[in-house]
Write a protein that binds this ligand. Sequence first.
Ligand code: ADP
Ligand code: MG
Length: 386
Amino acid sequence: MRGSWKPARASSARPDRRRALPHGSAARPDAWPRFRTHPAAPVIIALHAPHSSARTAAVLTGPSSATTPHAVTTAETARPGTRPPVVEAVALTKKFGESVAVDGIDFVVREGECCGFLGPNGAGKTTTVRMISCVSPVSGGEIRVFGMSVAEEPRRIKALMGVCPQEDNLDPDFSVLNNLLVYARYFGIPRREAAGRAEELLEFLQLKDRAATKIRTLSGGMKRRLLIARSLVNRPRLLLLDEPTTGLDPQARHLIWQRVRALKKLGTTILLTTHYMEEAAQLCDRVVFIDHGKVLAEGSPEALVRENVTPDVVEIVGAGEDLLRELAAMDVQVEPLPDRVYAYTDRGPEVHKLVTERFPVEQCLLRRGTLEDVFLKLTGRELRDH
Ligand SMILES: Nc1ncnc2c1ncn2[C@@H]1O[C@H](COP(=O)(O)OP(=O)(O)O)[C@@H](O)[C@H]1O
Ligand SMILES: [Mg+2]
């Protein structure tokens, strides 16, 4: 059985209030941060009031702006390539018995960037996220987060990090608001402060009118939004979003995209996993393709498209042998699929014109090469059902 993000019940003196441990770990309450902010932690979050341009970018800073420098300064001034790594993994390995889920990977997530982890089901993305979030111990290699080892400093790391897990581990017994308030307690956030943050977060994720609602009556989209709100309660400098938009309708997905962009703009470092290549292309500065526990490629979405696929792709339904011969003669690379062929070219309009004017095909579509083409090229077209 796969590891669950569901928090374990802690054997605490106050079991009723100790259930929703941050990041879904089975760790004991005493393993959780007791301090409110790391000395080096600028605490920052962007709250965009929905539908109100006048109130956009109300920025909440930490307890004292004098002692907590504003992360956005660093993020805005440093060039992306020169920023220090917030997460650094070296030869990172995770084994479950004999099976190797993460196979000696190296990667970095740099300060202020949105880094995407992309790969088919079972690639090792969630396992990696769980190791970064100090929930799952590493089997080999090392991860440092903010320069600290996950093995040695999990409490300090957790204080600086927010996690939206792939699987919903909200507490079904509590209301929307209480899920946030109970979670805030594990970071030692005083009651009044927690109430203020919860209110702002509910507004940020458009859940204000659901504050009193029980979790089990929420839609899937609302639960995802609440998980994101909860991950922001401690005003993290690093946010891990594991498939935050899977199964959501376009409205909910676009709202989450807006919020991710707002957080990024204000300096939050984000690691995002997604199966939606358009989402990765829209949000990520850099993506890392993972499959079978190994890194296949990494780079900006634009660079990966440029390096791995042609600028244009012509999709043709009903191509006959004569057309395929013609395309081969033009040095167009053709990929035959059961119901269509893909013609990869840097002369898309020319190929499209040739096909539509000279060959009686059923359909001919000219489009740009995309990150989805890169994904399929790198990981293949075979299904990965589990
Ligand atoms: N707790 C676990 N026990 C055994 N195998 C696991 C566990 N968690 C994940 N795996 C396996 O590790 C591999 C990677 O899984 P996962 O990290 O969830 O992939 P992804 O998030 O990329 O879909 C899969 O083969 C999965 O079945
Ligand atoms: Mg996963």
